[in-house]
Design a protein around this ligand. Structure first.
Ligand SMILES: [Zn+2]
Ligand SMILES: [Zn+2]
Length: 103
């Protein structure tokens, strides 16, 4: 199960993210990409950056922030070897553990 929380980036962050990513974002909506969780902040992928890093929107009780995070490099064991689509040291399961929902 994937977390169902969504957040909308304020216009100033949409602009900042568009500059960081080198192309305009379609809109400011992000959905949390973590496995369903009770605690901690939500993280939604905004866009990939340079190799091995991505720009994430992070939100909890307060405002949405932009954070740059290195990619999670834990891959599924052979033979599947799917990569994880989250960032390093994320909480919860890797995306390849989520069971195909939404991917
Ligand atoms: Zn979440
Ligand atoms: Zn992972």
């Amino acid at each position: 199960m994937r977390c169902k929380e969504r957040a909308e980036l304020p216009g100033v962050l949409v602009k900042a993210a568009s500059v960081r990513c080198g192309e305009p974002l379609h809109d400011g909506w992000v959905r949390c990409d973590l496995a369903a969780h009770e605690d901690g902040d939500h993280f939604g992928l905004v866009d990939s950056l340079h190799r091995g890093h991505a720009l994430w929107a992070k939100w909890g009780d307060g405002d949405v922030e932009l954070v740059e995070q290195p990619d999670c490099d834990v891959a599924q064991p052979a033979p599947a070897r799917d990569g994880c689509c989250l960032f390093a040291r994320h909480q919860g399961g890797h995306t390849w553990e989520a069971g195909g929902e939404g991917r």
